[in-house]
Design a protein around this ligand. Structure first.
Ligand SMILES: *Cc1c(COP(=O)(O)O)cnc(C)c1O
Length: 551
């Protein structure tokens, strides 16, 4: 590094400049902006370093807790970002990054998000958002219609109604789930005679008034952890987010659900919401939503569907029937930053009835006044960005047909990948894909054969070894930086309920091809071969040898 010839100075004039004057054409910021604009994948490919750096090493670049006294030039900071942040980021847009729900974005999102940021509208109230408020309401209406398909006059009446909302726009699935259960809680324990309702009286007096020992929400054991957070925040307690057993396809078991409802009743714990999942986070399975709607109706409890991941499947004529019954839900969560391909920070909860959000309404004098169209009165969050603009843009630019193609492509790619894994004798498909998520593991044929005839104890020992192998293959592959799958632990009935570690693949990037997946598997096979010297592999071989000698 040469000598710094200029030093940034603090002065009022310089301060005003950063609010008004763009960086010069040849500046670092401008160069970067141009590179991103002309060739995004080139930019990312060039700047993101594939090899993984230890987090402890990266932390050293961020170890100073002092706020700088004197200013820095924008160019200096831009260079810092390029060197230390961009280069050590994760290439989520890479076609071989198939481990998580965070994936590639359509290119137009980048310039359009600049418009959003430049306008800096705040959706909490119309005074700071103007056209953005009707725009957000339109987006909520579009998603409402996708799910519930009400007739035109329904939307004519409610879309822009000052006292009603069709849903709430928020930062993501977590807040959407909290909002749904918040509304459900407030409706179930509403005002009654002298009792002002749980929202004013609190949980303790609500339980006393309604003569119960607690309040519960039911969801399958594959429920997303955001639901436990909701139970905690809403004061019902995490233990009252009751996990119901699943079947061999990771779907809630209606018989177990009914038994659980009965048990809660005996314990005088009142269930106020049932959550069905449309696309479980780990395995992408769908609960029997129609059956759940029946059970919820019979017990008079709120039926919420967590379709944070799977909701956009509704765009596909071909696969939409897999979500049958979703239209009977009282509320539905959809994440726009997952399969609507919008940048992070966009989720929604839609309510079938336009009056449902009334139970969580809050007003203040200087803002979100009664009878105003301000969206802030029914959102958990206060100030909120104009992300709905990006959702609306994606819905218009991609269109229903475009989304249908994206959904169909992901599901079919997952199907072909699953068939391929099944055909390989050294890999084992653990969960069949229902949508575009599947899980599998590496297991050589002789190990699979032994597992087939092993008793529980031996099976446990073999699985322990395989689990550690899966873990190290996943970690090594991630560190090599060419491809990435995630891993999770499941307890499939086929494995006698033993916990097994699996690779998890999420196929949402339209640039991911069969070839990319073939190479990914090939790399895993190669890593497994290299691990032959490892202690785990040696023990596994010894185990095999002893059993085949006996057998
Ligand atoms: C991702 C996800 C969530 C949480 O959404 P965030 O946007 O991460 O807050 C909730 N439920 C399911 C099923 C999900 O897949």
């Amino acid at each position: 590094m040469g000598k710094q010839s200029k030093v940034a100075e603090s002065s009022w004039e310089n301060l005003l400049r950063i609010f008004t004057v763009p960086e010069a054409p040849g500046s670092t910021l401008n160069r970067l902006d141009r590179d991103i604009s002309t060739n995004l994948s080139g930019f990312l490919g060039e700047h993101i370093v594939a090899e993984e750096n230890d987090l402890a090493v990266i932390e050293q670049d961020f170890s100073d807790a002092r706020i700088p006294e004197a200013p820095a030039f924008v160019s200096e900071q831009t260079q810092f970002l390029l060197d230390k942040v961009v280069s050590q980021s994760v290439h989520t847009a890479s076609p071989s990054f198939v481990g998580h729900m965070t994936s590639a974005l359509p290119y137009f999102m980048i310039p359009l998000s600049k418009i959003m940021i430049a306008l800096n509208q705040n959706l909490v109230k119309t005074e700071t958002s103007k056209a953005f408020t009707p725009l957000e309401r339109q987006v909520l209406g579009m998603l409402h219609r996708l799910i519930y398909g009400q007739p035109d006059d329904f939307y004519d009446s409610w879309l822009h109604h000052s006292e009603r909302r069709l849903g709430a726009f928020c930062s993501g699935g977590t807040v959407a789930n909290i909002t749904a259960l918040w509304a459900a809680r407030n409706r179930a324990f509403g005002p009654d005679g002298e009792f002002p309702g749980i929202s004013r009286g609190g949980v303790f007096s609500a339980m006393r008034h309604y003569e119960c020992e607690g309040a519960a929400v039911l969801v399958s054991e594959r429920g997303h952890y955001s639901l436990s957070k909701a139970a905690d925040v809403l004061g019902i307690g995490r233990d009252q987010m009751v996990a119901v057993e699943t079947d061999g396809y990771n779907r809630i078991r209606p018989d177990a659900l009914v038994a659980t409802l009965k048990r809660l009743k005996q314990q005088r714990i009142r269930p106020f919401a049932l959550v069905g999942i449309a696309g479980t986070t780990e395995t992408g399975n769908i609960d029997p939503l129609d059956g759940l709607a029946d059970i919820a109706a019979e017990h008079g409890i709120h039926f919420h569907v967590d379709a944070a991941w799977g909701g956009p499947t509704l765009f596909s004529e071909r696969y939409r029937p897999r979500l049958a019954g979703i239209e009977r839900a009282d509320s539905v969560t959809i994440d726009a930053h997952k399969q609507l391909y919008v940048p992070m920070g966009a989720g929604m909860v839609l309510f079938r009835e336009p009056s449902a959000l009334g139970s969580i309404e809050h007003h203040a004098q200087y803002i979100i006044r009664q009878g105003s169209r301000d969206l802030g009165s029914t959102t958990l969050e206060g100030s909120r960005p104009g992300m709905a603009m990006l959702v609306q843009s994606a819905l218009k630019i991609i269109g229903r047909q475009g989304y249908a193609m994206l959904i169909d492509n992901g599901i079919q790619l997952a199907r072909r990948f699953a068939d391929r894994i099944t055909a390989l004798d050294d890999f084992e498909l653990v969960t069949e894909p229902e949508l575009n998520i599947l899980t599998y593991r590496w297991a050589p044929p002789e190990v699979q054969a032994l597992l087939g005839k092993a008793d529980d104890a031996l099976r446990q020992r073999i699985n322990d070894h395989l689990n550690r192998m899966t873990q190290s293959i996943q970690k090594i592959q991630r560190e090599r930086g060419k491809a990435f799958v995630s891993r999770t632990r499941l307890t499939p009935s086929r494995h006698g309920g033993q916990a097994i570690t699996v690779f998890r693949v999420v196929l949402a990037n339209p640039l991911t091809t069969d070839q990319v997946l073939r190479e990914l598997i090939e790399e895993q096979r190669q890593i497994a071969a290299e691990q032959r010297e490892s202690a785990d592999f040696a023990e596994l071989k010894a185990l095999l040898a002893s059993h085949y000698r006996q057998g």
